[in-house]
Design a protein around this ligand. Sequence first.
Ligand SMILES: [Zn+2]
Ligand SMILES: [Zn+2]
Length: 118
Amino acid sequence: MKAQGRCLCEAVAFSARSRAYTAHECHCTHCRNWSGHVWAYVCVRWDKLTFTRDDGLVWYAHTLKARRGFCGHCGSTLFWRRNGSAKVDVSAGAFDMPTGLRLGAPSFPENHGDYYGL
Ligand SMILES: [Zn+2]
Ligand SMILES: [Zn+2]
């Protein structure tokens, strides 16, 4: 299933191909700082992500092991990727389609800061 996504100003746009688009929420310290509180994201394969427009994507290396991608124009939070990983976490809100995410009880997926000891 193919899905399109973009940042607020559309300087960065992408299409992704994945069997499912399950949204997760992360409450780790880094995501809280980065997103405002809860970062909602969808994990897809990096090689299934195609940039249809890349006119301002900035990668911020917030640790030695992972980077966060955001739009340098409008500031939209877009990606989290462990260096060299086959996967990338994409902001759920960047997708054009609704992801069906319902924020509920806090979840702490094995991801981002704690799991990797970043
Ligand atoms: Zn933008
Ligand atoms: Zn996190």
